[in-house]
Write a protein that binds this ligand. Structure first.
Ligand SMILES: Cc1cc2nc3c(=O)[nH]c(=O)nc-3n(C[C@H](O)[C@H](O)[C@H](O)COP(=O)(O)O)c2cc1C
Length: 129
């Protein structure tokens, strides 16, 4: 299983809701799961699944004009899904920021230390802002 984590800059026109709706349908079809986090300036996304499916999705995502400046932070083989079985996890409607962070913490509990540190610092920065 391939796990890919990247960061990107959000384009002004990006609407997280519509990105997530399409992602969920496609990712379920392709056996991909992961987490998409955004503070409306940056996206931080983890993708996990069969290597070819993840690479294909990433090539598609990279071309998307709703963000730019993608930088891969981590690319590694994992034995099993570290981000759980979410077609794409996001902050739920009505969920408090703290609850969301707690849920992300639980999702991150099984990830590699450098991956966890990346998400942790991103989220803490956001909370401090
Ligand atoms: C930040 C970001 C994350 C995305 N994540 C995914 C994803 O996980 N899976 C996916 O299929 N598309 C994702 N997309 C959308 C793709 O770029 C593309 O629009 C979509 O896959 C096209 O799907 P379609 O061929 O079914 O229309 C993402 C786009 C952005 C901007």
């Amino acid at each position: 299983m391939l796990q890919l984590v990247y960061i990107s800059s959000v384009a002004a026109t990006a609407d997280l809701g519509s990105i997530l709706a399409v992602s969920r349908v496609n990712n379920r079809r392709d056996g991909i799961s992961g987490l998409l986090y955004s503070d409306s300036v940056r996206f931080l996304q983890a993708l996990e699944g069969p290597p070819l499916a993840v690479e294909t999705a990433y090539q598609r995502i990279k071309q998307d004009p709703r963000h730019h400046g993608l930088v891969i932070l981590s690319r590694r083989e994992v034995e099993s899904r570290e981000f759980g079985d979410w077609a794409m996890a996001e902050r739920r409607v009505g969920e408090e920021g703290d609850q969301f962070c707690a849920r992300v913490d639980r999702l991150l509990a099984n990830t590699a230390p450098n991956v966890r540190a990346t998400f942790d610092s991103f989220i803490k920065l956001r909370r401090a802002a």
